[in-house]
Ligand binder design. Structure first.
Ligand code: FAD
Length: 380
């Protein structure tokens, strides 16, 4: 089925360029990164050199003024090769938009060109040990003291947590006001009182650095407040639409990758004197898988269009985050089964797709939290 997105010749040229970059410069190194448990800083720098980071930024801030389809293409090309743990899309399309949308011109000039070049790596820190799904329960505080805010508290599960140079940190500036007392700060590498914990070992996405962050009387200049004081929760909610859409886009392309490699495998594998693809179970399984994937594709592309038109698609995006991430898990499980024992072996790409799929229904808002939002939208 043809895609409904208005890809132009320029988009296709960009796709070709990033596809070749992923195949030639990421895929050959990816196993090493997984073993080492981290993506090297140089990988971000190299993405920046090619103009693949934050292409949507205005030219005066280091970008190319590109539309959202360029971000979609980057994300899809990573997914197409099962590159899940290199969180360039978090840097470009989830974290940088906070600075671009809520930063002053001075803040944008100061930080964004380095984000586009890959000299500075970004992270977003919301989650705390006692506040994951229930974000408003966060305990990190920021108290104004002269020209600074003094931050105290900790964050956990922060993606790019070790590598990040600029971290958008949510903290309570008015703890009594609940979600209406949260503000966002840009905490910079090396600020006194800011420490990182060790990388958190995970069952998958080994090279995606996930870390704890600690703030112990960390003095952050008032000039690093992002947007207005106490409006942080509104900003987080506004930006979650794109964050969750990016998750759906990535998961959709990962599901497509599962199908692609499984189709190849079942045609090659012979048993009981015939090709695995000739068993009715294989055919029906893959027919069902392909149908689910097509449903996801139609839904995700429709949402991309509406998001590009500036529409509020929180309800649809919450459905897509929930459904596509769950769909990827179903697809990865069923495809792995068709690989038999080989599917359980690291040498086979499907094994990594299966393991890396597991977290997708958890981060960026769990499936259950997505269902809460959807049910609220239904008036329940
Ligand atoms: C690899 C990884 C990377 C991450 N990256 C980041 C990052 O960069 N920045 C960041 O801020 N956070 C990040 N997170 C955190 C992630 O967003 C949280 O883990 C997630 O929001 C869930 O929070 P929690 O882990 O505290 O689980 P909990 O909130 O404790 O949830 C536990 C269970 O309860 C369920 N539950 C929660 N509320 C309800 C409810 N109202 N009704 C029914 N069930 C409910 C949940 O769905 C879940 O099944 C990351 C997490 C991981 C694992």
């Amino acid at each position: 089925m043809e895609r409904i997105l208005p890809f132009t010749e320029e988009h296709e040229m960009f796709r070709k360029a990033i596809r070749s970059y992923v195949e030639n410069e990421i895929v050959p190194q990816y196993d090493k990164w997984e073993e080492e448990g981290i993506v090297p800083r140089e990988a971000f720098k190299s993405m920046g050199n090619y103009g693949f980071l934050c292409p949507w930024l205005e030219e005066k801030h280091g970008g190319a003024g590109a539309d959202f389809l360029y971000s979609v293409i980057s994300c899809e090309e990573f997914g197409r090769k099962s590159i899940v743990g290199f969180f360039a899309f978090l840097h470009s399309d989830i974290a940088a938009p906070y600075i671009a949308s809520y930063g002053t011109e001075e803040q944008k000039q100061k930080w964004l060109p380095d984000c586009a070049s890959g000299d500075k790596i970004l992270a977003v820190a919301m989650t705390e040990p006692e506040a994951g799904s229930d974000l408003a329960a966060m305990r990190t505080t920021a108290v104004r003291d002269g020209g600074d805010y003094v931050l105290n508290g900790s964050k956990t599960f922060i993606s790019n947590g070790i590598l990040a140079d600029l971290i958008i940190v949510a903290a309570k500036t008015d703890p009594a006001a609940g979600s209406k007392g949260i503000s966002l700060f840009v905490v910079e590498r090396g600020m006194p009182g800011f420490e990182r914990g060790k990388r958190i070992p995970k069952i998958g996405m080994h090279c995606q650095d996930t870390a704890e962050l600690f703030f112990d009387n960390c003095r952050v200049p008032a000039g690093n407040l992002l947007g207005r004081e106490n409006e942080g929760f509104i900003y987080l909610m506004e930006k979650l639409q794109q964050e969750r859409l990016m998750a759906a886009i990535l998961n959709q392309s990962l599901a497509e990758r599962c199908l692609e490699i499984t189709l190849d495998y079942v045609k090659e594998r012979k048993l009981f004197g015939k090709s695995l693809s000739k068993f009715q179970n294989t055919q029906f399984t893959l027919a069902e898988v392909a149908t689910e994937i097509q449903l996801g594709r139609s839904f995700v592309d429709a949402l991309i269009l509406q998001h590009m038109e500036g529409k509020n698609v929180i309800q649809g995006v919450s459905m897509a985050k929930y459904w596509v991430c769950e769909m990827l898990n179903r697809v990865a499980t069923r495809c792995l089964q068709l690989f038999g024992g080989y599917g359980y072996c690291k040498e086979y790409e499907i094994s990594r797709l299966f393991v890396d799929a597991r977290v997708q229904t958890i981060y960026a808002g769990t499936s259950e939290v997505m269902k809460l939002i959807i049910s609220r939208g239904l008036g329940l």
